[in-house]
Design a binder for this molecule. Structure first.
Ligand SMILES: [Fe+2]
Length: 355
């Protein structure tokens, strides 16, 4: 187009530029593509690479006030220089050494932890000590004070997920320092929030007001595992229970609403039987997966990646993905689906269907 510009038109474009104006007609393809064209790319991070790097950070970098957390973010290669897994999601490996404390703070951003392995760390959320153990999914909804302490002689690492990029792009974030240590070093098996809320199908009458985020601080692995096991047993008995043949799945929910655990983040757990393949699909919005157990493959826009325990991958918006289990394959997934659904941007396309 530039080559055809007469002097008048060139001057018009220069005047636009000096007045901080940009005409739509030169930009339309980028601003409103026919289908989403994410800058973020599909990418796999290997636990076998991540964990040794986190351990080295543990040896070299102290955790304390200022840096706040020894967290190493997955930085999408398509979003260079930003510590973002996708335009909405932050995902990081957090590493806490023996007997260390990560000081308390709070922020608008919603956070969760998912524990791949280890135990002996408690996260203290608004004064409530919450045990962190393998397979547990733990919540720190926005603006709750939180800190962590490791009671053992062994380090522990886990996955942190937050809506940091979304709150950054929307300038929605506030932050406040709390205690330099955690406010309660008790190490109960169950948090107060679980004692009040985590009984199947039972709601305390003292908590009839719905809350924006789930009041359950920890979703324990024994419950997740049992739910998935029963879905597959029911399938064996010919009962409708699984999402599709060989694919059991649960969503972590806010018991006061039945909706997602936090306003911006969805979390799910998926279990595929050995040999199960789930069909390729594209979705609006992005997701991060972590392999909890087992081996399998993910196909991301036609590229096959073999996965094993701890590996993480990001699926940006409208990138085609499918899974295949080589053996029983357990995956944790989180996404920005609550944002997309509330804004009515959500859309799914299964390969082979008409769009
Ligand atoms: Fe935090």
């Amino acid at each position: 187009m530039a080559g055809e510009e007469g002097p008048e038109l060139s001057r018009l474009y220069q005047d636009f530029e000096s007045e901080h104006l940009i005409p739509l007609w030169t930009q339309l393809g980028d601003l409103m593509p026919m289908t989403p064209r994410p800058a973020a790319v599909a990418h796999v991070w290997r636990w076998s690479t991540l964990y040794p790097l986190a351990r080295r950070a543990g040896e070299l970098v102290p955790v304390g006030r200022g840096g706040e957390r020894r967290a190493i973010a997955l930085a999408n290669p398509g979003l260079p220089g930003r510590p973002y897994a996708s335009p909405t999601l932050w995902a990081a490996i957090q590493y806490l050494g023996p007997k260390e404390t990560a000081p308390e703070h709070r922020h608008s951003q919603n956070a969760f932890r998912f524990v791949l392995e280890g135990e002996g760390v408690w996260t203290v959320v608004d004064g409530d000590p919450v045990r962190m153990s393998r397979g547990d999914f733990l919540l720190t909804p926005g603006w709750r004070f939180h800190g962590h302490h490791n009671e053992t002689d062994r380090p522990m690492a886990w996955l942190d997920g937050l809506d940091i990029p979304f709150s950054h792009y929307t300038d929605a974030g506030f932050f406040e320092f709390g205690a330099d240590r955690v406010t309660d070093y008790a190490t109960p098996n169950l948090s107060r929030s679980e004692r009040l809320w985590a009984h199947p199908g039972l709601r305390p009458l003292s908590g009839l007001r719905d809350t924006a985020s789930s009041p359950i601080a920890a979703y324990r692995w024994e419950h997740t595992d049992a739910a998935l096991t029963e879905q597959l047993l029911l399938e064996d008995e010919g009962q409708p229970a699984t999402v599709e043949q060989g694919h059991a799945a649960v969503r972590y929910v806010n018991p006061t609403t039945g909706g997602d655990v936090m306003p911006t983040l969805r979390a799910e757990f998926h279990r595929l039987r050995e040999g199960t393949e789930i069909p390729a699909r594209r979705e609006v919005g992005s997701s991060v997966f972590q392999v909890f157990e087992g081996r399998g493959e993910v196909v991301l826009d036609g590229t096959v990646h073999r996965l094993c325990q701890g590996d993480l991958f990001v699926v940006p918006s409208w990138v085609s993905w499918s899974l295949r289990a080589e053996e029983r394959f357990d995956l944790f997934r989180f996404s920005d689906a609550p944002i997309m659904e509330r804004l009515r941007f959500d859309r799914v396309h299964f390969e082979g269907e008409r769009r």
